[in-house]
Write a protein that binds this ligand. Structure first.
Ligand SMILES: [Zn+2]
Length: 334
């Protein structure tokens, strides 16, 4: 969590000159106390402000990672243009088949390997896929670090109890939680592509494949490869909770169907806008009211979730039709 000196993106955040100073104070006093049983240090709430520039500094890096997906994909499409063949069963050159073995023996690893072999046997294509996957790994890791830092700042600014005895240990604890959260998130996002793979990899393959095989379906190995019916690439399509369970279409606060749903960027829990905003405006921020979540939520973390709104509308329609159909059934039965 090095301070890269990038200014905070939030204009509401005043720059605090004592930022690094107060953090160093925290670290030095922690190394002085050798016992892990020491009570957590209580930090003044201004320390939370000092963390904000670091949180903001993640944004340019994550933007660069996203661009790297495009660069890699463009390079691969060019490669396909020169070495791929229109009639070939797989993408890339067919002259140098890869002797690559599956990494790991789990069902998922074998399926990923089968799907990769079916897509291409060209070792160069495999290398490019590795590069995409490495960048995806970094993307999730950075998101976990950013979220852990944000949680830390949230806890301090609300006077909450830190999970460790100092900032460093607390950050590591929060990071562990966030990494698990991101792993679940990644699995859910892979499922939503319908092909159990990371979205950037699927985009990569689709573009490379389409160059020479526009009218043929992309091979998927021995997976059943049923495409999901929902192929919107809206990130907010994710309606999963942090623990991997499916999010209900009801608001946890009102217990009724979500109205004007908003989703917190910190934990992906969703609420009816009015309900969560009334919790936030009274104290500027709140801890997530979903049982066991407790991540801080500010107004800035809430994003309007159109995809979820559509799901709610669809579900309402289905329920209406079902009750209508039931009524019809009763009236036609003699
Ligand atoms: Zn939550």
């Amino acid at each position: 969590m090095g301070a890269t000196g990038a200014p905070a993106s939030s204009s509401r955040t005043p720059q605090t000159p004592s930022a690094s100073q107060s953090r160093h104070n925290g670290e030095s006093s922690s190394s002085a106390s050798s016992s892990s049983q020491a009570p957590p240090i209580e930090y003044p709430r201004t320390v939370a402000q000092s963390l904000k520039p670091s949180i903001g500094s993640f944004i340019p890096h994550t933007d660069h990672i996203k661009k790297s997906f495009d660069y890699l994909t463009d390079a691969a499409v060019e490669y396909e243009e020169f070495y791929g063949q229109p009639g070939a069963k797989t993408a890339g050159s067919t002259e140098k088949p890869s002797s690559r073995k599956p990494i790991g023996r789990s069902k998922a690893a074998l399926a990923a390997h089968a799907s990769q072999q079916a897509f291409s046997q060209d070792p160069r294509i495999h290398q490019m896929e590795d590069a995409i996957l490495a960048a995806v790994d970094i993307q999730y890791q950075m998101e976990a670090e950013r979220a852990a830092l944000e949680s830390l700042a949230g806890l301090i600014s609300m006077g909450g109890k830190l999970p460790g005895m100092d900032l460093q240990v607390s950050f590591q604890e929060l990071l562990k939680t966030e990494i698990k959260h991101q792993q679940n998130q990644r699995k859910q996002q892979q499922k939503q592509t319908g092909r159990d793979m990371d979205r950037p990899l699927l985009d990569f393959r689709t573009k490379v494949w389409d160059y020479h095989h526009m009218n043929e379906p992309m091979p998927v190995g021995n997976l059943d490869g049923a495409m999901g019916e929902d192929d919107e690439d809206d990130e907010m399509e994710i309606v999963m909770t942090g623990d991997g369970g499916q999010q209900s279409l009801k608001c946890p606060l009102t217990t009724k169907f979500l109205e004007d749903p908003v989703t917190s960027s910190s934990c992906k829990h969703s609420f009816s806008k009015d309900a969560i905003m009334s919790m936030i405006t009274s104290q500027r921020q709140t801890l997530c009211p979903v049982h066991g979540c407790n991540r801080p939520i500010t107004a800035g973390m809430l994003q309007s979730n159109k995809a979820l709104a559509r799901k709610v509308a669809r579900e309402k329609l289905i329920q209406e039709e079902m009750s209508q159909a039931q009524e019809d059934e009763y009236t036609t039965v003699e």
